[in-house]
Design a protein around this ligand. Sequence first.
Ligand SMILES: NC(=O)c1ccc[n+]([C@@H]2O[C@H](COP(=O)([O-])OP(=O)(O)OC[C@H]3O[C@@H](n4cnc5c(N)ncnc54)[C@H](O)[C@@H]3O)[C@@H](O)[C@H]2O)c1
Ligand SMILES: [Zn+2]
Ligand SMILES: [Zn+2]
Length: 378
Amino acid sequence: MRAVVYKGPFKVAVEQVADPKIQHPNDAIVRITSSCICGSDLHMYEGRTAAQPGIVFGHENMGIIEEVGPGVTTLHKGDRVVMPFNVACGFCKNCERGFTGFCLTVNPGFAGGAYGYVAMGPYPGGQAEHLRVPYADFNALKLPQGNEHEEDFAMLADIFPTGYHGTELAQVSPGESVVVFGAGPVGAMAAYSAMIRGAAVVYVVDRVAERLQKIKEIGAVPIDFSKGDPVQQIRQMRNGDGVDKGIDAVGYQAVQPGEKDKEAPSVVLESLIQIVNPTGMLGIPGLYVPSDPGGIDPHAKHGQILLSFGKLFEKGLRLGTGQCNVKRYNRYLRDMIIAGRAKPSFIVSNNVSLNDASTAYEKFDKRVEGYTKVILKP
Ligand SMILES: NC(=O)c1ccc[n+]([C@@H]2O[C@H](COP(=O)([O-])OP(=O)(O)OC[C@H]3O[C@@H](n4cnc5c(N)ncnc54)[C@H](O)[C@@H]3O)[C@@H](O)[C@H]2O)c1
Ligand SMILES: [Zn+2]
Ligand SMILES: [Zn+2]
């Protein structure tokens, strides 16, 4: 089958790889109809992880069940399904408590597994014609038959639940003021989720014009960090006040405001500590890594960042981090889509043939031509 294979920094290719096979009675094989490119893929694409050439990318997968193993009980050939980016067993100590992003079974020696991702276990990704889904009864969420809402449901594999997770970590509640750093897909979904949860006002910080435009269209307040310190800009708009809650949807490759492309891994966390009011909460779905050989200084190389922890303590701020436990939210978010209460596909900018993945990666990585969320079609 054809699949998107990582070849080295800034290079992917569509190549022939072996078809996936049922390896365990509870596996299923899915024929992919949509598989998205994620900002998380870019960390690998840019050579900023330990990913070695040969990985098949793709953790945001949706399609039609083609074959099930003899132990699968709830799924049948022809079912339309979307998979969380996490691979999880459903029965370990962490899965039992809903922490499926930290499954102890699927990636021995590590808490958490995923498709097509470095260090996340032996699970080839779904930017391909077919995908093997382990523990299929647990990991595949059924969708209504047909092809309605294809783009909306594709967002259930990762970014809609992950954005929602950011608001859950920050416990965004009705009437609150919220700032989201990053207007990429995750930031946009966090802002959208904050509004679904009843926030009074949501500020979203980025510098990419097309992304800030989408933010405006959903009724949030865009803040352009190329025009100056976002903390000051927000305080000015609020007569000096900060906000109740803050979300980091950028992660360790954050760019220093006011400078062209200087990386500043702590800048978003530091801004959150400054702008969130005492007793507030920070939700941090943006990715941070324990080791970053390409980091800007010796500390960053070891995933260590300098932060005003004293300020955080003084303000009594609480924070939550980590991979999203997609299973915890995806069924409910699916039902909001079906009921017409959520339409996350507003963030989708391009549907592209799998064969054109190489160009799509390049444009998404450069954040040019409006490339915000790309769905690959095998
Ligand atoms: N926790 C999880 O489960 C999970 C899941 C998916 C993605 N992620 C992570 O979430 C982050 C965002 O993902 P995405 O797909 O939206 O990525 P993305 O790269 O498309 O978006 C990041 C955005 O942040 C902006 N940005 C850079 N520096 C900034 C700054 N100083 N202030 C404000 N904005 C800034 C960029 O311009 C870009 O638009 C990534 O780190 C990704 O790895 C985490
Ligand atoms: Zn993703
Ligand atoms: Zn588990």
